[in-house]
Ligand binder design. Structure first.
Ligand SMILES: Nc1nc2c(ncn2[C@@H]2O[C@H](COP(=O)(O)OP(=O)(O)OP(=O)(O)O)[C@@H](O)[C@H]2O)c(=O)[nH]1
Ligand SMILES: [Mg+2]
Length: 480
């Protein structure tokens, strides 16, 4: 992506037909360039009109005379438009911005863009408007990422989380740690300068306590990342179990549609089937899988290895049992084998005479519980009568997200980039503390503090490089 001295344009609304199609122009020449293609009814030029107000006008384009000043006589009216200007720095990008609101036809917006590029603008790259907002200091990096999260939000909770970050919830905390760290580093460095004279600029006890508190706060942020990611991306929930216990029926019942094929022939489901459903503001991504059993059928084996892969990626497991049949060795094997995730034990087919009770399953879960730090919940359900299906959905949500975010008292980290950098910062603080304990030189301590500072700086974008920026902004759509 190039520097900030050119003027960029792009369609800001989704492709296809719609009520309105908006083309956005940003850069030092935004007003003169856009003036070439619109004529306002009030006859003023774009640089003369009031910002943040819509003006009625026409989009005029004469391809042959595009380089000359267009008059209504010599050019073709292609649409009736509304135009709004925003003067930098009080705009999204921090630059002069023009938005042309035309009718939402693919041809209209494309023609507006072509006319703008003929008049001197350049087509924007993905995320370039937001990148400019970042480079011009309108947003920091976590906020820019939160813009993307807002656009991609798939549930009310993920939207809320994105907005918390956009409002600076996370950056405020990170900046607080950075500021504190800068001060501590200054003390340690001053000690290096005057080391010979044995002057202590900060009590070692105080330094250690401050570093320890910061380390703990950073660890809490890292710990929140699992929950944050789940809220941002949805809860990956895999339904597993023996063939014929009713996994696909459960998927259908949760979705309240006839999505998956159900039959009394064991081994019906082969591929992994994914569907999403919203539960209480959180997106649940459900994966129905092939029943797990010994099989020589190549197709079924492939289905089972896909099921295994899905299980490894899951946030939560639904382990389905048929309570009208005795628990089999296989059932018990699953309980033991897949105990490294939060799981929901579903005793299905409650409409049939019981052979298995909740207690029976609990006994087996208890036996392997000592090996697992993960929670287990139980639900009795029937896909025929609908019993337990609502309860099942809510249990899933609680298992995956917990109550913390709903209480609204903590900021969650939701991106892997942030988590990795926080871990780096935490490790450096840990090393700094160890260096102090081992009475290593102040230089060693300072070195670690600088590593932590660098990592925290990268999160908010105080320290950055072009590769990181490209990586982040290429995820955006064009026009944002
Ligand atoms: N009575 C009763 N039958 C059920 C219930 N749930 C599923 N079934 C029946 O159990 C059989 C198997 O259901 P599926 O949903 O296909 O089972 P599955 O676990 O997906 O099976 P595979 O895909 O072969 O692994 C079908 O005949 C369903 O109609 C239930 O709650 N009660
Ligand atoms: Mg199935």
């Amino acid at each position: 992506m190039s520097a900030l001295d050119d003027t960029i344009c792009a369609v800001a609304t989704p492709a296809g037909e719609g009520g309105v199609g908006i083309v956005r122009v940003s850069g030092p020449q935004a007003f003169p360039i856009a003036s070439n293609i619109v004529r306002l009814r009030c006859a003023k030029s774009l640089s003369e009109i009031k910002p943040y107000q819509l003006y009625l006008g026409k989009f005029l384009w004469d391809q042959l005379q595009a380089q000359e000043k267009i008059t209504e006589d010599s050019s073709v009216v292609l649409d009736e438009v509304l135009v709004v200007i925003m003067r930098g720095p009080r705009s999204y990008t921090g630059e002069d911005v023009v938005e042309v609101h035309g009718h939402g036809g693919p041809l209209v917006v494309r023609a507006i863009c072509e006319a703008l590029t003929q008049a001197g603008a350049r087509m924007a790259e993905p995320g370039e408007f937001t990148k400019r907002a970042f480079l011009n200091g309108r947003l920091d990096l976590t906020q820019a990422e939160a813009v993307l999260d807002t656009i991609q939000a798939n549930s009310l909770h993920s939207l809320k989380l994105a907005q918390e970050h956009l409002q600076g919830g996370l950056s405020g905390i990170i900046r607080g740690h950075r500021d504190a760290l800068v001060k501590l580093l200054a003390h340690v460095e001053a000690e290096m300068d005057f080391g010979e004279e044995d002057i202590q600029f900060i009590e070692q006890r105080e330094l250690k306590e401050k570093l320890r508190n910061m380390l703990r706060a950073i660890e809490i942020l890292v710990e929140s990342s699992q929950e944050g990611r789940i809220i941002r991306e949805g809860i990956r929930t895999v339904i597993l179990g023996r063939p014929n216990v009713g996994k696909s029926s459960l998927l259908n019942a949760i979705l309240d549609t006839d999505r998956a094929i159900v039959s009394n022939i064991p081994g019906t489901t082969r591929d992994v089937l994914e569907e999403s459903v919203m539960v209480d503001g959180v997106m649940i991504r459900l994966f129905d899988t092939a029943g797990l059993r010994e099989s020589t059928d190549a197709l079924e084996q492939e289905g089972m290895s896909r099921a295994e892969a899905a299980i490894q990626q899951a946030d939560v497991l639904i382990m389905a049992f048929d309570q009208s049949q005795e628990l089999t060795e296989q059932d018990l094997g699953f309980i033991k084998q897949y105990n490294q995730k939060p799981r929901l034990m579903v005793l299905n087919k409650q409409d049939l005479p019981p052979k298995v009770t909740l207690e029976n399953v609990q006994v087996h879960v208890k036996q392997c519980e000592t090996l697992s730090e993960f929670e287990t919940e139980y639900v009795q359900a029937s896909t025929v009568s609908g019993e337990g299906i609502e309860e099942l959905k809510l249990s899933l949500k609680t298992l995956a997200v917990g109550k913390r975010h709903e209480a609204g008292d903590s900021v969650l980290v939701s991106r892997l980039r942030h988590k990795v950098l926080l871990q780096q910062a935490g490790e450096a603080l840990h090393n700094a503390l160890a260096a102090i304990d081992e009475t290593q030189s102040a230089e060693c301590v300072a070195l670690e503090l600088r590593v932590a500072l660098q990592a925290l700086g990268e999160i908010v974008g105080v320290v950055t490089n072009e590769d990181i920026l490209d990586q982040i902004f290429k995820e955006f759509c064009i026009g944002k």
